[in-house]
Design a protein around this ligand. Structure first.
Ligand code: HEM
Length: 134
């Protein structure tokens, strides 16, 4: 009987399995996660961009090959994604540096506002990147 009571009680005290799909992330958390994602994309992109630059500078034929590669819609789309990730990383990076140096307040309201402003600036830069690529 006592053992049965203990089992029932133990079950009650067990932590609830959190359903992540019902949780909403605050805008500051989304900004932070995307900063890490954009940093990793930028890291991978450095290799691709340096290879393309090397190809274009290798010879006149190499330049034509690089131009042909850049002619495809798929490659242009990837380039646009890379430039958008870089723009986001730099904008939110500057936001980080401003918070670290005390230029921006480290309060929840200032964090939310600067995250929203960073998103807007990134959208504008992303549109400009699209114009540059196409
Ligand atoms: C080749 C260029 C770059 C690459 C590959 C890169 C990559 C990364 C990566 C992987 C992280 C770690 C993110 C994390 O663990 O959450 C990071 C953090 C950071 N990056 Fe960059 N980054 C680059 C350029 C820049 C530039 C130009 C800025 C200037 C605004 C910048 C500002 C920052 C800051 C402030 C952090 C720290 C953020 C924090 O404290 O959570 N990065 N970067």
């Amino acid at each position: 009987m006592w053992a049965l009571f203990m089992i029932k009680n133990a079950k009650k005290q067990r932590p609830v399995n959190l359903d992540l799909t019902t949780m909403r992330f605050p805008v500051t958390a989304i900004a932070s996660i995307l900063h890490r994602v954009s940093g990793v994309i930028t890291f991978v992109a450095v290799g691709i961009l340096l290879w393309l630059l090397g190809q274009s500078l290798s010879s006149p034929e190499g330049f034509l090959v690089a131009s042909a590669i850049m002619g495809s819609f798929f490659v242009k789309f990837i380039m646009w994604g890379i430039l958008t990730a870089l723009a986001y990383h730099v904008v939110v990076g500057i936001r980080h540096i401003m918070m670290d140096t005390g230029l921006l307040e480290e309060t929840l309201i200032a964090g939310k506002r600067s995250a929203m402003i960073s998103f807007v600036i990134t959208v504008v830069l992303s549109l400009l990147a699209g114009v540059l690529v196409w």
